[in-house]
Design a protein around this ligand. Structure first.
Ligand code: GN1
Ligand code: MG
Length: 354
């Protein structure tokens, strides 16, 4: 891969082929590299076209979001730094090398740092405020301006149906290792009913759709919020899911793939900090039903990612990159445990949102 990057990709971005190339980040889908040459630093990504079937839509969406945020920033309405597309020499947003991949580059922010686990309430509040700030700046844009990069991305009924099918077929005989998790996931029918009733009344907005804590860059000099990254899944949707992904990735003291299930839980004080930070930015933007839906979004996202990891485990780890055997099962078990912890604390957590 490194030779391919040097010989065939870097020239399109005007980067000399003696640049230093190192892997960057912990994404589960795309391959990401930091490219350092004598006079520039940028982030290069090979987009996973099995997952992003229309990669041009992805780069177009990201460019539109970044352009809009930069206009907001010029008028004082957006305070975070921006990740901008780096154009090819041919003035394109990406280079399509066919079998050799679809490649795009974006700016790298010096002094930036990402974290995998939230350490304090202050960190959670600050990051939630930043994601809220991002959503507020985009709330002026018609959500239909962005294409649906992955249709039915946050669609729990479809994800549950895919799990049911994987369970019924069990092509690799793996169900024996995870039957109780599959049963748990498939027994949450009441959530589907609640979801259908709520979605009917929610406005569509431009959402980030992957508001993990590691998609928020901190300034390593003072740990202040620096930028929101990974605009790959920006498209229309419901803000409850952006709230949900923050809850999912900020609240547990353990990483998403930790096998220490006895330590996986929702820290209520971190949940409360997310609510404070997010609502400080968005409180006046959200409709009453949207605000009420946040609690639903938290439950749906935790359950849904567990369902997605488990389905991928049963089907042979074709979607999420894995780094060890059983990795997707470990992730699923972790996320279902977090989901149960949310349910156990329903009353106290819901109270943070009123
Ligand atoms: C994937 O690759 P990454 O980490 O940005 C996934 C998200 C999941 C996440 C789980 C396109 O995001 O939906 O929530 O893993 N992205 C896609 O950590 O499926
Ligand atoms: Mg992502």
């Amino acid at each position: 891969m490194l030779e391919l990057i040097r010989q065939q990709v870097l020239p399109h971005f005007g980067i000399p082929n003696d640049a230093k190339i190192s892997p960057l980040g912990n994404g589960h889908i795309n391959d990401t590299f930091l490219i350092r040459s004598a006079d520039s630093e940028l982030v290069l990504q090979k987009i996973n076209t099995q997952v992003f079937r229309a990669p041009k839509a992805l780069v177009n969406n990201a460019a539109k979001v970044s352009e809009h945020l930069s206009q907001c920033a010029a008028q004082g309405g957006y305070q975070l730094q921006l990740i901008r597309p780096v154009m090819t020499r041919e003035q394109q947003l990406a280079v399509d090398l066919g079998e050799q991949g679809f490649w795009r580059a974006i700016s790298y922010l010096p002094f930036s740092q990402s974290i995998e686990v939230v350490h304090s309430e202050a960190e959670a509040e600050q990051a939630a405020r930043a994601f809220g700030h991002f959503a507020r700046a985009l709330s002026q844009v018609d959500p239909h301006e962005l294409e649906d990069v992955i249709p039915k991305f946050h669609h729990l009924p479809g994800r549950i149906e895919a799990l049911s099918k994987a369970v019924a077929e069990d092509p690799l005989g793996r169900l024996q290792h995870c039957r109780h998790w599959a049963e748990l996931a498939l027994s949450q029918q009441s959530l589907l009913v609640e979801l259908e009733d709520t979605c009917a009344g929610l406005p569509l907005r431009i959402c980030h759709n992957d508001t993990k804590i590691n998609n928020m860059l901190f300034d390593k000099r003072d740990m202040s919020s620096m930028a929101i990254i990974d605009l790959d899944t920006c498209m229309k949707g419901f803000l409850m899911y952006d709230f949900g992904d923050m809850v999912r990735t900020f609240c547990s003291p353990e990483a998403e793939d930790s096998t220490a299930l006895d330590k996986v839980r929702v820290r209520p004080e971190v949940f409360a900090a997310i609510c404070r930070g997010y609502l400080a930015e968005l409180g006046e933007v959200l409709t009453p039903l949207e605000r009420q839906s946040l609690w639903l979004g938290a439950r749906v996202i935790c359950l849904m990612i567990g369902v997605r990891f488990l389905t991928d485990y049963l089907l042979g780890d074709k979607y999420f990159h894995i780094h060890r055997e059983g990795h997707n099962l470990d992730r699923a078990a972790n996320q279902f445990t977090l989901y149960l912890s949310l349910l156990q604390q329903s009353e106290a957590l819901k109270a943070c949102l009123v």
